[in-house]
Ligand binder design. Structure first.
Ligand code: CUA
Length: 344
């Protein structure tokens, strides 16, 4: 087998793997599978532009190849020094028609995109589910405000929403420009420091949809992901009720020791665990850490091994992250992980 053939095979394999990855598994991140009305409209605009672009591409190539083939024949003839009036007229008409068609196509795309853009602001409700999202380097703070401060929920990198109802998501940045983007749900929204903005959306299909920061915001921009978990209203309410509860008390000496390590070590300087002495707001609120899909804003799965590695040396996993290394004795680390895993 030749080297060229081998290369081709590798490209084929790479293509298939890419297709499979783009197809999306349990938590998808693709505009091609819209989960609500906003993303459906964005998808149809995308197909509209894509199909037009394909038609234009094919037509241009047909004319280009046609012209090239003709030129070959004409090259045999002596140069034409007397312009043919009729032919010049014919060419002029073609140029005018082609320019007119280009204009029509561009205005068609403009019109479709203006209508789609307007639709993005059409969702209204007197009583929407209200969520606040703050972009940080490099994670997402998520809050569910409530008039009663004891019912206020703060979490991180995971946004639970009920299906079938309008949701308003207010966005702000705590440092640099970020961009909130969950392609299955809506378009991008930039988070500009000092400005707040809001997007309205609705999710109609239950599922877990991955989103990520879409504006370069520093070294770990690529590790600034989040999940939108869309669930039936009762399930969402159950989740919200659970998130409102303070952290459970440790039920055995190991867990008590873990809590002690948290409260007496460096963790308490940045994190909150409601129901304990930890109340700092520099890093994510960890009151219900164990209920989340990932740690480090989509960087690692949320399990004991990953948690241990992350606590011990976050700089090795996500260089530049604000969290310092914590070289804890093994027993302390084990107890701390066990305790954190009870924060459901
Ligand atoms: Cu935040 Cu990129």
């Amino acid at each position: 087998m030749t080297a060229g053939c081998n290369k081709l095979r590798w490209f084929g394999l790479l293509f298939l793997v890419t297709l499979w990855a783009c197809g999306g598994q349990q938590s998808q991140q693709t505009m091609m599978r819209p989960a609500g009305p906003m993303s459906s409209r964005i998808e149809s605009l995308w197909w509209f532009i894509f199909i037009i672009a394909i038609i234009v591409f094919v037509v241009v190539w047909i004319f280009l190849v046609g012209a090239a083939a003709k030129r070959k024949v004409n090259a045999q003839l002596p140069p034409d020094i007397h312009p043919d009036r009729n032919r010049e007229q014919r060419y002029l008409r073609r140029v005018v028609v082609a320019s007119g068609l280009t204009l029509v196509i561009l205005f068609g795309i403009l019109g479709h995109s203006v209508v789609t853009g307007k639709y993005m602001y059409s969702l209204e409700s007197k009583n929407p589910v209200s969520i606040q999202v703050y972009g940080h380097q490099w994670w997402w703070e998520v809050q569910y405000p409530n008039d009663d401060a004891s019912l206020w929920v703060t979490t991180a990198n995971e946004i639970h929403v009920p299906i079938g109802v309008p949701i308003v998501l207010q966005t702000r940045s705590k440092d640099v420009i970020h961009s909130f983007w969950a392609p299955n749900i809506h378009g991008k929204r930039d988070l500009i420091p000092g400005h707040s903005s809001a997007i309205w959306f609705q999710v109609d299909q239950e599922g877990t949809y991955r989103g990520q920061c879409a504006e370069f915001c520093g070294a770990q921009h690529a590790h600034m992901a989040f999940y939108i978990v869309a669930e039936a209203p009762q399930k969402f309410q159950a989740w919200l009720d659970q998130q409102r509860k303070p952290a459970p008390d440790p039920v055995n000496p190991t867990l008590a020791h873990g809590k002690d390590v948290f409260e007496k070590g460096t963790c308490i300087m940045c994190h909150t665990i409601r129901g304990t002495n930890a109340g700092s707001r520099v890093g994510p609120d960890l009151t219900h850490l164990a209920s989340r899909i990932s740690i480090g804003a989509g960087t690692l799965p949320n399990n004991a091994g990953a948690l241990g590695g992350w606590i011990s040396d976050p700089q090795a996993v996500k260089p530049g992250v604000r969290m310092p290394p914590n070289p804890l004795p093994s027993q302390d680390l084990q107890a701390l992980i066990a305790y954190l895993q009870t924060l459901k």
